[in-house]
Ligand binder design. Structure first.
Ligand SMILES: Cc1cc2nc3c(=O)[nH]c(=O)nc-3n(C[C@H](O)[C@H](O)[C@H](O)COP(=O)(O)OP(=O)(O)OC[C@H]3O[C@@H](n4cnc5c(N)ncnc54)[C@H](O)[C@@H]3O)c2cc1C
Length: 421
């Protein structure tokens, strides 16, 4: 049996961040797939650079950004000011919808404003209640309900009030009305960074800090014997002191044999199409939200407007229940049709395409799931097993949050602050 002090499961951004932040040298990262990156992989086809759906970076901690960028080619990272719009019944409205109802046709504007002003204030128990009591039924019916139902592929009443955390664009009545006259649509990602070679540049930066033999590809973790602290992979048994796991939390529980209530950990999956065309499409837009059920996708992004390139390069995101069958050719035809109906594709010809399913993509955060994750994480920690990452913590977060969580765990286990250089 091999003996390794620290095993890291998963070479996505979280696992690689942990491996590069920790001072421990006796460490191995196990990755199930044949390449690193997790959801931050980048695909290239001819002139097109695509991620596993758009992955844009926003940093609140300059030292983390410096740590990543210092290992990258100078000039690699561009900083971009976001152009995000909503397609509402043929009209483009600025995002967020709730602050820009004055851009709607008059009847819609009046209804949204009326229902906002006279909304019923009452205690809220779910995400759906929160939307309704904060914004009123006019805004909810036109955007917040249909958009989020398409995204999450579930009943919004199931989700926790705070299911989207800091990523939900809250606005009170005064802010909404002030926005009619003095537009201020600032949000956590008003400006974002994006490398010229795609999101994987950040992954490569972390990887460059690790010796090559510290990552084992094509080696999935299959089981963990918590009592004896032994990990079983498809190749061997490894005894560990510390195991840092970034696989989805429910899969970690299965691997350890810890039982949990059925139906506690649910999520959607997202089918992503990356599509390259021969000529340019709409300009001055980075991504568009489409709440209407007649369009199969909830969001379309325009890489060409981020790179300033001459051929339309799109990512398309479709939210699905995890149980849904995916027939890629049929869905791609539907996507192209819907893109034409939405006025995004006209005479352009499709010349390149790629697709991937992200499963899980958006987890369904409920009060029960949050309590279970917190208490089961503590139970696992008593055996030296720590679950982190977007799916390891079963949460809604950004890539920077993954870096922060990885650093916090390093500091917790070292018992002291760690300076990143
Ligand atoms: C549609 C979508 C859009 C997003 N856009 C943005 C964005 O614009 N900006 C942003 O900041 N964030 C964005 N995110 C969030 C971001 O993708 C995640 O926060 C981040 O990629 C999570 O990284 P991770 O390492 O925790 O997990 P993952 O990327 O899932 O990595 C986990 C790794 O573990 C491996 N693994 C799984 N099981 C095993 C096993 N049994 N044994 C060994 N290895 C295993 C996997 O192969 C994978 O490589 C988006 C997410 C989605 C779904």
């Amino acid at each position: 049996m091999d003996v390794i002090d620290t095993l890291v499961i998963g070479a996505g951004i979280t696992g690689l961040a942990y491996a590069s932040f920790t001072p421990r040298q006796d460490l191995l990262v196990l990755e199930a797939e044949d390449q690193i990156g997790g959801y931050c992989k980048t695909v290239r086809q001819g002139p097109f650079v695509w991620d596993y759906s758009g992955h844009f970076f926003h940093f609140r901690h300059p030292h983390l950004e410096r740590y990543l960028v210092s290992q990258m080619i100078p000039g690699e990272v561009q900083t971009i000011t976001k152009w995000a719009r909503i397609l509402f019944e043929g009209t483009l409205v600025d995002f967020p919808f709730q602050k820009n109802i004055h851009q709607l046709p008059k009847e819609d504007f009046i209804d949204c404003l009326y229902e906002l002003f006279f909304r019923e204030e009452r205690p809220v128990e779910s995400f759906q209640d929160m939307l309704l009591t904060r914004f009123g039924s006019g805004i909810c019916r036109r955007f917040l309900f249909p958009y989020n139902e398409k995204l999450y592929a579930c009943d919004l009443d199931r989700l926790d009030v705070d299911a989207m955390g800091r990523f939900f664009p809250h606005a009170d009545l005064a802010e909404i009305i002030r926005n009619f006259k003095f537009p201020n649509n600032r949000s956590y990602n008003t400006t974002f960074t994006y490398p010229r070679s795609g999101a994987v540049a950040y992954i490569d930066s972390l990887k460059s800090r690790l010796p090559d033999d510290r990552i084992s590809l094509n080696e999935p973790l299959l089981r963990i014997d918590l009592e004896h602290k032994v990990a079983q992979t498809n190749q061997r048994e490894i005894a560990f002191s510390t195991l840092v796991c970034t696989t989805p939390f429910n899969r970690l529980l299965e691997m350890t044999g810890i039982e949990h209530e059925p139906g506690l950990f649910t999520s959607n999956k997202v089918l992503v199409f990356n599509l390259g065309f021969d000529t340019k499409g709409p300009t001055q837009i980075h991504w568009m939200y489409l709440p209407e059920p007649r369009f199969c996708f909830y969001r379309v992004g325009f890489y060409d407007n981020i790179f300033g390139s001459p051929q339309m390069s799109l990512y398309i995101e479709i939210g699905l229940p995890t149980s849904a069958a995916v027939d890629v050719p049929t869905m791609q035809d539907r996507v192209l049709n819907d893109l034409k109906t939405a006025g995004i594709v006209g005479s352009q010809r499709l010349i390149a395409s790629h697709n991937v399913v992200l499963d899980p993509a958006y987890v369904h955060i409920t009060s029960k799931s949050q309590q279970a994750v917190a208490s089961l994480k503590e139970r696992l920690a008593r055996h030296g097993v720590y679950s982190i990452g977007r799916y390891g913590s079963w949460t809604y977060c950004s890539i920077e949050d993954n870096l922060v969580e990885a650093l916090q765990l390093v500091e917790r286990l070292e018992g002291k602050p760690v300076r990143l250089a």
